[in-house]
Design a protein around this ligand. Structure first.
Ligand SMILES: Nc1ncnc2c1ncn2[C@@H]1O[C@H](COP(=O)(O)OP(=O)(O)OP(=O)(O)O)[C@@H](O)[C@H]1O
Length: 261
């Protein structure tokens, strides 16, 4: 399981930005932009958590802290009881992270990319081949395995990126907008893949703006608004608090009504 408590992250504003004049955004103060002010959530074994929030709410910044790419200014991240803020190396092994930007080497093929990351995680020989073949099959990558990453389509790149992120069978999988820009077939492959992870017991956290995916996959929802997690509970309670059985409407009601829990 992964437990996130009271995370905070601020970024120093440039002089040029500060000279522009007073901002109306409450997150801009003392020469800093407080992107993540107070974010907490939990995702247990076999659960999928959907991370929701308007553009610029702080979702990517939060996920980058989970991945150890960013160090929190304050707050806690525990995976199966281990403090991964204090021990980022343990965090890197325990988390499989798909970021918005591609982490593939353009001159390597899709297959070589995934195998390369498998080797970095210490896999070799038959175990490496078996794990890579399994991912190539479930992510339906057979038709482009030998194509260079720089020549892959958006969907092909995303599949290779997902395979790269999870090749070491991490304890927790964190996906930043995994279906953005994908066609219907590729989106379905990614949705099936997340469902498989859930069935295997792996906690999955993914950010999205597509509430139909949340309805299909999620057990829990965390909503971030202006850097604060204003809801962290089950999908059922999301509908109750948002006063609608329809997730889009419940989301808007929650944000507009500020009926935070
Ligand atoms: N390095 C940085 N320096 C200054 N501000 C930053 C930095 N990184 C993020 N921010 C700001 O923090 C806020 C949160 O950004 P973040 O990318 O986490 O939002 P998000 O919820 O993922 O948005 P979206 O849904 O549009 O992807 C934004 O206002 C962004 O401009």
């Amino acid at each position: 399981m992964i437990e996130v408590k009271a995370l905070q992250k601020r970024f120093k504003l440039t002089k040029a930005h500060q000279q522009k004049g007073k901002s109306t955004d409450v997150r801009e103060r003392d020469g800093y932009f407080h992107s993540v002010q107070d974010v907490s959530f939990t995702c247990n074994r076999g659960e999928v958590l959907g991370l929701l929030g308007p553009n610029g709410a702080g979702k990517t910044t939060t996920l980058r802290m989970l991945s150890t790419a960013l160090k929190p200014d304050n707050g806690e991240i525990h995976i199966n009881g281990q403090d991964v803020v204090a021990k980022p190396l343990i965090g890197r092994k325990a988390i499989g992270f798909l970021s918005g930007s591609t982490g593939l080497y353009g001159r390597l093929s899709a297959k070589e990319n995934v195998e390369y990351f498998a080797k970095l995680h210490g896999l070799k020989g038959r175990a490496l081949k078996a794990r890579c073949d399994e991912l190539f099959e479930v992510l339906d990558m057979g038709s482009f395995l030998d194509k260079r990453a720089e020549h892959l389509s958006t969907g092909m790149k995303q599949k290779a990126n997902i395979a790269r992120a999870v090749v070491h069978q991490p304890d927790v999988v964190v996906l930043d907008e995994p279906t953005t820009g994908l066609d219907i077939m590729t989106t379905q492959t990614v949705i099936n893949f997340i469902r498989d992870l859930k069935n295997q017991g792996t906690p999955v956290i993914f950010s999205t703006h597509h509430l139909d995916e949340v309805a299909l996959l999620c057990d829990r929802i965390c909503v971030i608004d202006r850097g604060v997690s204003c809801f962290d509970d089950s999908v059922e309670n999301f509908k109750v608090k948002g006063q609608s059985q329809e997730l889009n409407q419940a989301f808007m009601n929650l944000l507009q009504g500020d009926t935070y829990v």
